[in-house]
Design a protein around this ligand. Structure first.
Ligand SMILES: Nc1ncnc2c1ncn2[C@@H]1O[C@H](COP(=O)(O)OP(=O)(O)O)[C@@H](O)[C@H]1O
Ligand SMILES: CC(=O)N[C@@H](CCC(=O)OP(=O)(O)O)C(=O)O
Length: 510
């Protein structure tokens, strides 16, 4: 299960966790292209494989279709599917996810929001149709809702109309609404036709799902605020064995069509459906940090929202999208998450532990414990399972005259800091994330909390530590002696020399 994640945790010096979550572009895209090519070939070209999969769908997912089959052939067809999917993840992972996805009602598998940019180009559209076809071949019915923002902008610009937005929402006058309605319908039919041409049944649902009212008629004109979601057309489509393909248009009780931002509509849809997976596809394959250009791998909203809102690039559509996702996650079970990925990463996101793109979650609730007595009762057990050094950690806590501990409710990360002395800054006594803690950024969140509470800190890490690169990234200086690295931040001027002197003379308990 955790194969891919353990590789991720083996950090090479001077590489950041994000680099490892997202392997270098060339290898990543080569890998992705191979997966895509393989999937494309297997889904669309190989007729015999196609029918084997279709047969398997009827067998394994007989709740969707009425055909029952002989158990022996079910086994072999199932293994064909798993073999196909194994090109993207381990067989065990794929099997587990397939089992999980097929354990719920068909409509509760996934809501997939497709950015207009992902269907504007025929090649991209066919790639999406291919990916969706494959999912359908294994008996899954993702509910697709798409936008058409770039297409609409192009048409408006050709007509000499300058698109106008307020807070990421398009100001939609009567003329714009006319064009929007036309574009939405055209784009919807193009995707439906691409699916149908691959033998996948799909149903266009350009409106009738979202009921709405004017959001703010004076400001936005023909823009809707969704008041309710009518699932009838979606359910009917799935019952008939067709993928439901929705636009984000809404309708007032009197039948007036209104334009709704597709990210907002997707959020409302996911709130109504409560699916296992909520995926937003965009052409960047995730959310980019607008300053560094790097893809953000995980956002823990509870801890990171405030800082995000201060980022200069966090505005317009990006802000609207993430705010919408935040509002959505706040109404769903805490374990829910939303992934923003590229079309090519759909299967990787669905069937592997490592996922893809940007994962957005509320995140783990962080905690602070001031004394030994306050520490969670199961801490010893958890640390003993996580690290062979748990005895050393508890000995250090016992020996410290006082300390503050940090972590999260689920103890994916546990850390402890001793206060400063007259001759040395605060000292990190423990920092022990689980693999999940590393991968889901809880380690980063706990670190930020420590940073907020301690203006200077010193800590020691074995040079061979697999997370050395991460520690380098968090420090302002380091010094190596006998295979041990001393890191620090907030220590300046002469104090650095004093600290190194103490380390050299063995005066610091490391
Ligand atoms: N921080 C960002 N991360 C990703 N895309 C961004 C960012 N800032 C601006 N963009 C641009 O915004 C465009 C629309 O992105 P997005 O809001 O995800 O589109 P959609 O809602 O249509 O999927 C992208 O094509 C990209 O060029
Ligand atoms: C009111 C409003 O902003 N509507 C959006 C709907 C389309 C959309 O959101 O498309 P993307 O997902 O491709 O951005 C618009 O007119 O652009």
């Amino acid at each position: 299960m955790d194969d891919s994640r353990s590789t991720v945790c083996k950090l090479e010096p001077h590489k950041k966790v994000e680099d490892l979550l997202h392997p270098p572009l060339h290898s990543f895209s080569t890998y992705r292209m191979l997966a895509i090519k393989r999937a494309a070939f297997q889904v669309s070209a190989k007729a015999e494989t196609f029918s084997a999969i279709a047969k398997a769908r009827q067998i394994k997912f007989s709740r969707c279709l009425s055909v029952q089959a002989h158990p022996r052939s079910a086994d072999s067809d199932r293994s064909t599917i798993i073999k196909l999917l194994s090109s993207i993840g381990s067989k065990k992972e794929v099997e587990q996810y397939l089992r999980q996805f097929s354990s719920v009602d068909s409509q509760k598998f996934a809501v997939i929001k497709v950015g207009g940019a992902c269907i504007a180009d025929p090649t991209e559209r066919n790639l999406l149709a291919n990916q969706l076809s494959f999912l359908n071949q294994v008996g899954l019915y993702p509910i697709v809702i798409h936008g058409a923002g770039p297409q609409l902008n192009k048409l408006l610009e050709e007509a000499g109309v300058e698109p106008q937005y307020e807070g990421g929402i398009r100001i939609t006058d009567k003329k714009t609404l006319e064009v929007a309605r036309k574009v939405f319908l055209e784009e919807n039919l193009k995707l439906v036709e691409a699916l149908e041409s691959m033998g996948t049944r799909a149903r266009p649902i350009p409106n009738g799902v979202f009921r709405g009212e004017y959001l703010d008629k004076d400001l936005y004109q023909y823009v809707g605020k969704i008041t309710s979601v009518d699932k009838a057309a979606i359910e009917s489509s799935i019952r008939a064995g067709a993928l439901p393909i929705l636009t984000s248009l809404a309708e007032t009780p009197s039948g007036q069509i209104l334009n709704v931002n597709a990210d907002v509509a997707a959020g409302e849809l996911a709130r109504a459906i409560q699916p296992m997976k909520i995926i937003y596809l965009n052409d960047k394959g995730g959310l980019l940090n607008g300053t560094t250009g790097e893809k953000i791998s995980v956002i823990n909203l509870d801890e990171e929202w405030d800082a995000l809102t201060k980022e200069p690039w966090f505005k317009f559509g990006t802000r609207l999208k993430i705010k919408e996702i935040k509002d959505l996650l706040e109404t769903l079970p805490r374990s829910s998450s939303v992934a923003i990925i590229s079309t090519g990463d759909l299967q990787k996101e669905l069937f592997t532990d490592s996922g893809a793109g940007t994962l957005i979650r509320l995140g783990n609730k962080l905690c602070t414990w001031k004394t030994q007595e306050e520490l969670p009762a199961n801490l010893g057990e958890i640390l003993a399972e996580r690290t062979p050094n748990s005895g050393t950690i508890f000995a250090a806590l016992d020996a410290a005259p006082s300390f503050t501990s940090y972590g999260d409710e689920g103890l994916e990360v546990f850390a402890a800091v001793a206060p400063p002395t007259s001759s040395a800054p605060s000292k990190l006594l423990a920092f022990t994330p689980s693999k999940t803690g590393w991968l889901n950024n809880v380690a980063d969140n706990v670190w930020s909390l420590i940073r907020k509470n301690h203006e200077s800190l010193v800590w020691f890490v074995e040079e061979s530590d697999e997370n050395c690169a991460w520690w380098f990234g968090k420090s302002e200086g380091s010094y190596v002696k006998d295979g041990k690295v001393m890191f620090w931040y907030g220590v300046r001027g002469e104090s650095v020399g004093e600290l190194i002197g103490q380390f050299e003379r063995g005066e610091l308990k490391v």
